[in-house]
Write a protein that binds this ligand. Structure first.
Ligand SMILES: Cc1ncc(C[n+]2csc(CCOP(=O)(O)OP(=O)(O)O)c2C)c(N)n1
Ligand code: SF4
Ligand SMILES: [Mg+2]
Length: 282
């Protein structure tokens, strides 16, 4: 396992320190996600001038504002659409989309599915805190059944999406899940995702003590309590494979769900463009 880069170095190289601190609540998991991403970018050796971050609307979306990369902060849920457009126009760039669970699975669910289906060469990182954090804690498509939220004060009866399973089924080349507690694993997964051709998808389970934890104390109310819950309820995908569904209910399964090499959309589309230039077709 590769080493971690000192936070002071990360801060110096990648943060616009003059506008710190971030607006995140104490104990929020988005800081760990940001640290993981920067550590992973640093390891890949990618040229920062060739990286563009696309963020959606939500607490997680604040991350890109503080980082020394070109970025686009776009309409809620349209993160994959803008990332797709940019990658098609500038295939030389490394395009990284950052989304919340609401941004990715609710308002932008359709966009995400089709970006994965096309296998566009974008890395998408979803901060899944199981809730709409930014708007005060409404439930969304990844909120677990039985959860209490501002819009399910008597308990939620809807089953949640498994975002990783959805991405595997849709056609993404690389799909993995990590948590904000398991930092070293998260950095490794992000590094693998960032360097994988085609659509790579990383779901990061993050803690939101303010909008989720306070209403669901059995999973921890504060940041550290929620991290302890993550630690005690995480199962590696290899171990989960042999476990019955009932035992996995309420657990977080982490690791790599798919790692394959289907053709990436950009170069395939380029072939169509060349055929059209030559007039070869119908
Ligand atoms: C078109 C549109 N609809 C609704 C909103 C209101 N809104 C802002 S953030 C948000 C939810 C964000 O949740 P999530 O993506 O999970 O991010 P988090 O805040 O949890 O990081 C909503 C519904 C909006 N900004 N734009
Ligand atoms: S509301 Fe939740 S997700 Fe948003 S900054 Fe606070 S802890 Fe983080
Ligand atoms: Mg959320």
């Amino acid at each position: 396992m590769a080493k971690i880069i000192p936070l002071a170095e990360i801060r110096e190289k990648y943060f616009i320190t003059s506008i710190l601190p971030t607006p995140w609540c104490p104990g929020c998991g988005n800081g760990s996600l940001g640290n993981g991403l920067l550590q992973a970018i640093h390891r890949t050796g990618l040229d920062p001038k060739k990286i563009v971050l696309i963020s959606g609307i939500g607490c997680n979306g604040y991350l890109t504002r503080y980082l020394r990369f070109d970025d686009l902060h776009v309409l809620h849920g349209r993160t994959p659409a803008v990332a797709t457009g940019l990658k098609m126009a500038r295939p030389d760039l490394k395009v990284i989309a950052i989304q919340g669970d609401g941004d990715a699975a609710a308002i932008g669910g359709n966009h995400l599915i089709h970006a994965a289906r096309r296998n566009i060469g974008v890395t998408t990182i979803v901060s899944n805190n199981f809730i709409y954090g930014r708007t005060g804690g409404q439930y969304g498509p990844t909120t677990p059944k039985g959860t209490f939220s501002t819009t399910s004060p008597f308990g939620l009866e809807e089953p949640p999406f498994d975002l990783c399973a959805l991405m595997v089924a849709a056609g993404a080349n690389f799909v993995a899940r990590g948590t904000s507690y398991h930092v070293m694993q998260l950095i490794d997964l992000m590094e693998r995702g960032l360097t994988h051709p085609g659509f790579s998808f990383l779901e990061v389970i993050t803690q939101c003590p303010t909008s989720y934890g306070r209403k669901n104390p059995e999973k921890g109310m504060t940041g550290p309590e929620m991290l302890r819950w993550q630690k005690e309820n995480t199962i590696a995908v290899e171990r989960a494979a042999g476990m019955p569904e009932e035992e996995l209910r309420g657990k977080i399964v982490t690791g790599i769900f798919v790692d394959r090499n289907r053709p990436e959309y950009g170069p395939e589309y380029e072939k169509v463009r060349r055929r059209a230039q030559k007039g070869v077709g119908l």
